[in-house]
Design a protein around this ligand. Structure first.
Ligand code: LLP
Length: 397
């Protein structure tokens, strides 16, 4: 059992062995079908976490100019970088063109014209994929569904022809294919089957191959098990990829890409937090932790459930609301959670915090940014220490 007692809480704690296993399983299953993976770096841009993904040969999916720059600094090859986002600024488009990344995933006809103009002024040809809003429902929280008419993402089908015409009429745009992403934390494969069927139709109806389309990017969104992460630490990539392989009926030679975020990194991270106080309220007891929504915003923002356990106590079960210290009533990790009797000073761990936790930290209330630490054979190490051990081990091999 790892000794957490003398470490300043809260902190993010990563299990990079689990990450390596997850990534190599995803790569193995993708390779079976010849699929290409990009990592949605918005999920977690910690250098050691991203480094493992980069070393596996996975590319990167960015949603800001800074993510493009950071990915290249982290050593991801430029030709594996894709860049989506509904509101790319002129400066961000310029960065993408200067860095000569694989493609911009363009989300509107107006954006396409701006990309064309910027490419023309810089004497370049911009590789673009068109992000299409397929009007496919994803059963997830409405804040993380992206592929329906009401969502701001992608080009709606009635405007796809106009976008294709802009591409084919321009010397400064090189149309390479289509991009889709219907949402995040999708735990059923049915929506993906429906997406594939929709893509089959679109590809044919709009003669995408005829316009030079040879890449189909299906986005990400595969969910993880937040309820029982210890039982299901690695998502079922085999069944996920199988759906696309079975259902897509595209002409031969089309490259199929994915942008996986949460499914690669979600289970490799946790937050360790200390109980500052317990408090008896009217009809309920509170456990107040030193981590809050500033370190993990998901429960406040999407009513997300993360498994929480007390690693200091093994007393009788009690029911608590587990809340953070931030000056917001929505700063709640769990309502009516069952924990062993919990006291001031106990340590809790919040599981499944590898994705969209550290990358979504807030400075609200002028809170400190917590440390990111790494587990290695029963020890907890800083990034430098972890890297030193890794390089000693590889030198001894
Ligand atoms: N591709 C695009 C274009 C995306 O917008 C996203 C995520 C992904 C790929 C990766 O999705 P994933 O495989 O991680 O589901 N903060 C929210 C999730 C927001 C996801 C945003 N886009 C959460 O904590 O649940």
């Amino acid at each position: 059992m790892v000794d957490f007692t003398n470490i300043r809480t809260p902190f993010y704690l990563y299990d990079l062995n689990l990450l390596e296993k997850t990534v190599s399983y995803a790569m193995k299953e993708a390779a079976r079908h010849g699929f290409v993976i990009h990592y949605a770096i918005k999920a977690n841009s910690n250098p050691l976490v991203s480094g493992i993904i980069r070393d596996s040969g996975i590319g990167v999916d960015c949603v800001s100019g800074n993510e493009v720059i950071k990915s290249i600094e982290l050593g991801f090859p430029r030709k594996g970088v894709v860049f989506a986002g509904v509101g790319k600024t002129d400066e961000e488009i310029q960065v993408a063109l200067d860095e000569d990344i694989l493609c911009l995933n363009c989300e509107s006809v107006e954006e396409l014209r701006v990309i064309e103009e910027i490419a023309k002024n810089s004497g370049k040809v911009a590789r673009v994929a068109l992000r299409v809003n397929p009007s496919v429902e994803a059963p997830t929280h409405h804040y993380i569904a992206t592929g329906m008419d009401e969502n701001k993402f992608g080009i709606s089908l009635p405007y796809l022809q106009a976008a294709l015409d802009v591409c084919s009429g321009s010397e400064h745009l090189d149309f390479i294919g289509l991009h889709f992403h219907i949402g995040s934390q999708i735990t059923s494969l049915e929506p993906y089957r429906r997406l594939c069927e929709r893509v089959n139709q679109i590809w044919k109806e709009f003669n995408i191959s005829g316009y030079g389309g040879h890449i189909l990017n299906m986005g990400g969104g595969l969910g993880i098990d937040y309820n029982d992460p210890e039982m299901n630490p690695i998502p079922d990539f085999a069944s996920f990829f199988e759906v696309f392989s079975e259902t897509l009926t595209l002409p031969a030679g089309i490259e199929i890409h994915f942008e996986l975020g949460r499914s690669l990194v979600g289970q490799c991270g946790r937050i360790v937090t200390r109980v500052i106080y317990t408090k008896q309220g009217i009809g309920k007891k509170f456990v107040i932790t030193d981590a809050g929504m500033t370190e993990l915003m998901r429960p406040s923002l999407y009513q997300a459930v993360h498994k929480i356990s007390n690693i200091s106590s093994s007393g009788d079960p009690e029911t608590y609301d587990i809340v953070g210290p931030v000056c917001e009533s929505s700063d709640i990790f769990a309502k009516d959670a069952i924990l062993p009797v919990t006291n001031r000073g106990d340590l809790l761990q919040i599981l499944s915090c590898g994705a969209y936790a550290e990358s979504m930290t807030l400075n609200f209330n002028l809170r400190d940014k917590p440390a990111s630490l790494f587990m290695s054979e029963g020890n907890i190490l800083k990034a430098e220490e972890y890297e030193a051990i890794q390089s000693m081990q590889s030198a001894n091999l």
